[in-house]
Design a protein around this ligand. Structure first.
Ligand code: TPP
Length: 360
C-alpha cells in the first residue's frame, strides 16, 4: 500500500481527502481522470433519485418494503469504481448504489422491491450475486467465492459489504477468520451508517472502532470517511489490488450515516431526533460533497447539474414505469430456483394450488 494512505487502525485514524465544501488534500488526491469522476457523480445522483422515487412508490402502495441507501452513495460508488472487469460484487439489500454503478438496471431493482424475483436475475456479463437480505450471510458467500478464486488460480477480487450491526453476527466472525487463515482475495466493507434498525453502534459492540476487528483476524484493517467518495475509492482500490495479488483480505470500516429510515416500514423519529439528522445531512451529504469537489476542480457547474438532475429524473421514472408494466410472475416461479429437484411437499403445494385456483 502506498505509505501515504497507511493509517494506523489501532489509533482509530481515518482516511479523509475531501472536505464538505469540496476543498481537498492535494497530496492525498489520487488524480482520478475527469471522465471517471463525472461517471462516478452521475451514479451517485442516479441512485439518490432512484431512492427518492422508491420511497414515493412504496408510500403510494405501488411497491413493497424498501431499504433506502441515501447517505451511503459514496461508500458504494467509490468502492465499485475500484473494481476491475473480472472482479465480483456480493451485495446486501442496501447496496443499491453499488448495483446501479455496476450496471444492474434500475428497472430490475424496482422489480425486486415490487416482489418480482426476476429482477434478481443478474444479466450475463455483470459480475454480481443477487441481493442478499439475511444479515451478514453475504460475507460467507463472498468468502467462499474468493476462496474458489484461489483454488481456481484466478487473479480476481471479491467485494462485499456488511452493516455495522451485521458485524456482531457469527457469519462475520466465521468469514473474517476464514479469510485470514486461507488468505482469500476478498475486501469487506463495513458500511457503518450508525444504526442497526434502531440500535446504535455503542449497543452493538464495545470495541472502539469496527476497523480494529481486523487486527484480531490478522488481516489489514482501514477506516475511511464514508461521505468522501475519493477516500473510499482510494481505500477500496488499494485493498482490491492487494487482494488480486494474493497479498491478503482487507476489512474497511466506512463511516457514513443512514439518511432515511431503516426501511420504509419503520419510523426513525422514534430513535433519533430530526435535529440530529438535519445536522448531519447539512454537514456531510456525500453527493453534495462530491459536487463541491467537482466544482472546485472546475469541471462542474449549475447548468450541468440541472441537466443531470433532469436526465436522472427521466431515467428513474422510465425504469419505474417499465417495472410497473411488467406482467407479474407466474405462480410456479415462486418455487423455482430454490431446489435443483423439486421436493415432494412443494410439488404437493403447487398441485393443491392449481386445484383450488381452477388451474390458474
Ligand atoms: C439473520 C437476520 N436477522 C435479522 C434480520 C432482520 N434485520 C434486517 S436488517 C437488520 C439490521 C441490520 O443492521 P446493519 O447490519 O447495521 O445494516 P443496515 O440495515 O444498517 O444497512 C435486521 C436485524 C435479518 N434480515 N437477518
Amino acid at each position: 500500500m502506498d505509505e501515504k494512505y497507511l493509517f494506523n487502525v489501532k489509533k482509530g485514524e481515518t482516511l479523509h481527502i475531501v472536505d464538505q465544501d469540496g476543498t481537498y488534500d492535494q497530496d492525498l488526491d489520487p488524480g482520478i481522470p475527469e471522465e471517471t469522476l463525472l461517471k462516478m457523480y452521475r451514479m451517485m445522483v442516479l441512485t439518490r433519485t432512484y431512492d427518492e422515487k422508491a420511497i414515493k412508490l412504496q408510500r403510494a402502495g405501488r411497491m413493497g418494503t424498501y431499504p433506502p441507501c441515501s447517505g451511503q452513495e459514496a461508500t458504494q460508488a467509490g468502492s465499485v469504481f475500484a473494481l476491475k472487469k473480472d472482479d465480483w460484487l456480493v451485495p446486501s439489500y442496501r447496496d443499491i448504489c453499488s448495483m446501479i454503478t455496476l450496471g444492474i438496471s434500475m428497472k430490475d431493482l424496482f422489480l425486486v422491491w415490487m416482489g418480482d424475483d426476476n429482477g434478481n436475475r443478474i444479466p450475463e456479463g455483470i459480475n454480481s450475486l443477487p441481493i442478499n437480505i439475511v444479515v451478514g450471510s453475504q460475507l460467507l458467500h463472498a468468502t467462499g467465492f474468493a476462496w474458489a478464486a484461489n483454488i481456481k488460480k484466478e487473479n480476481i477480487a471479491v467485494l462485499t459489504y456488511v452493516g455495522d450491526g451485521g458485524t456482531s453476527r457469527g457469519d462475520f466472525h466465521t468469514s473474517l477468520n476464514f479469510a485470514g487463515v486461507f488468505n482469500v482475495p476478498a475486501v469487506y466493507i463495513i458500511e457503518n451508517n450508525g444504526f442497526a434498525i434502531s440500535t446504535r453502534n455503542k449497543q452493538e459492540t464495545h470495541a472502539e472502532t469496527l476497523a480494529q476487528k481486523a487486527l484480531s483476524y490478522g488481516i489489514r484493517g482501514c477506516r475511511v470517511d464514508g461521505m468522501d467518495v475519493i477516500a473510499v475509492y482510494v481505500a477500496a482500490k488499494e485493498a482490491l489490488d492487494r487482494a488480486r495479488k494474493k497479498e491478503g483480505p482487507t476489512l474497511i470500516e466506512s463511516l457514513c450515516y443512514r439518511f432515511g429510515p431503516h426501511t420504509t416500514s419503520d419510523n426513525p423519529d422514534l430513535y433519533r431526533t430530526k435535529e440530529e439528522l438535519e445536522k448531519i445531512m447539512s454537514k456531510t451529504d456525500p453527493v453534495v460533497r462530491f459536487k463541491n469537489y467537482l466544482i472546485k476542480k472546475g469541471i462542474w457547474d449549475d447548468k450541468k447539474e440541472s441537466s443531470l438532475q433532469e436526465e436522472a429524473g427521466d431515467l428513474v421514472n422510465k425504469a419505474a414505469k417499465e417495472a410497473e408494466e411488467t406482467p407479474p410472475p407466474k405462480f410456479e416461479e415462486l418455487f423455482e430456483n430454490v431446489f435443483g429437484n423439486m421436493p415432494d411437499y412443494l410439488q404437493d403445494e403447487i398441485d393443491h394450488y392449481r386445484k383450488v385456483s381452477g388451474g390458474e
